[in-house]
Design a protein around this ligand. Structure first.
Ligand code: 13P
Ligand code: 13P
Ligand code: MG
Ligand code: MG
Length: 377
């Protein structure tokens, strides 16, 4: 039978902010999660949201929401903003959690949370018959941390078998690259423009991947947050702990092809004071808690099937994909690499270069030394 029903489009919005945490920048308090859930439950009851899932990666509170209102919608962004505000007022401030309201950089909401502190990954889609998605969130790092895995997933045929085997993917994927300094984007179609993609995104602090489309039909395949807090506020606030949504299967990379690149705990910027490099450790939700030198940086991956906007997992919980033993080796390697890199102390490249340190408290230390410099003889 021909299905003539018109499916309404579904929007997936993953919006996150650090609004304070327990024990330094360690971890979100359970009460913060509860208050955020209450806010989103009200919006589900009044019909604004189709579904939601609240979780955390370390000290970052993550709101995964589905609805029919499209991207950059002021109702949805306002809901996220008010939720972060309510959590701050009802929990972070009364409990005097660390850095209460950290990522809420402005006083009043003005229509779109982008540029106001929170990170946003959003995509509007027509649900396929089966719509597997993976929501990623990372702590103690920045949006550029996703560039290497996204390249492996959507452009590297030695990593993603589907690029070679599946005719639906053979024409490749188009990467929308965002220049965080100039606030401009460029679309690069890979494999044709693969070297251009690497020329830009190799500079992880400046060029980040915002969206990925399947080239042959422009189907949206991935969306990631691109916020750089320091560039908004002009000072170090916290790192821009990123999030992203990736669609999988049936003409897109399989879930396993999406996860495999995270089995290599590559070096990313972040770690202690957002000023160092460290390996990105894939972990289950229970281990999304930075400790050692406020790290090592962590990433979680939550799998769902999207069904008429409903986030289908196992009962109320998603598939906690990195909780699997198959990522134990990656965690061991990450621990070894953390030890190794920390033995460099404050010497580059363990500490970030001067451009990145500009937004930290280091310049005030250097300023104090200025009068003591004498012309070299
Ligand atoms: P699809 O059914 O999405 O093509 O997945 C292929 C596969 O076998 C995944 O490993
Ligand atoms: P967050 O960006 O996760 O808040 O961490 C800040 C920090 O200074 C860690 O040492
Ligand atoms: Mg923090
Ligand atoms: Mg954080």
């Amino acid at each position: 039978m021909l299905d003539l029903s018109v499916r309404a489009k579904t929007t997936i919005s993953l919006i996150k902010a650090d609004v304070g945490s327990v024990a330094g920048h360690h971890r979100v308090h359970p009460r913060q999660i509860e208050v955020a859930r209450d806010c989103l439950e009200r919006s589900k009851k009044d019909g604004t949201l189709l579904d939601y899932y609240v979780f955390n990666c370390g000290d970052d509170l993550e709101l995964l929401m589905t609805h029919r209102l499209g991207e950059n919608n002021s109702t949805i962004h306002g809901l996220a903003w008010n939720t972060f505000k309510e959590v701050t007022e009802k929990v972070s401030k009364p409990l005097r959690l660390y850095a209460a309201g950290q990522d809420l950089l402005v006083e009043a909401f003005s229509g779109n949370v982008k540029g106001m502190g929170p990170g946003v990954a959003e995509m509007e889609i027509e649900e396929r018959v089966a719509e597997p998605i993976v929501a990623f969130a990372a702590d103690k790092t920045e949006p550029g941390a996703f560039s290497l895995p996204l390249y492996r997933i959507f452009a590297d045929p030695t990593s993603c078998a589907g690029l070679v085997i599946d005719p639906a993917m053979h024409e490749g994927f188009t990467f929308r690259v965002f220049d965080v300094v100039e606030s401009k984007t460029v679309d690069l179609a890979c494999p044709t423009e693969l070297y251009d993609l690497l020329a830009l995104t190799g500079t992880t602090s400046r060029y980040v991947i915002e969206k990925i489309f399947r080239t042959r039909d422009k189907l949206i395949a991935a969306a990631a947050s691109t916020t750089r807090l320091s560039l908004i506020s002009g000072r170090y606030v916290g790192k821009d702990d990123p999030c992203m949504i990736v669609r999988c299967q049936h003409g897109l990379p399989a879930v396993g092809e999406v996860l495999q690149p995270f089995g290599f705990p590559h070096l990313v910027a972040g770690f202690m004071r957002g000023s160092h490099i460290g390996p990105l450790m894939p972990v289950g939700l229970d281990n999304a808690r930075c400790t050692f030198f406020d790290g090592p940086p962590r990433v979680v991956a939550l799998g769902f099937n999207l069904t008429d906007g409903r986030l289908i997992g196992f009962g109320d919980e998603p598939a906690d994909l990195f909780a699997d033993v198959a990522f134990d080796r990656a965690r061991d390697v990450a621990n070894d690499v953390s030890d190794y890199v920390r033995r460099h102390g404050e010497f580059m490249p363990a500490r970030l270069g001067p451009e990145e340190m500009e937004y930290t408290t280091l310049p005030s230390v250097l300023e104090r030394l200025k009068p003591r410099f004498k012309p070299a003889s």
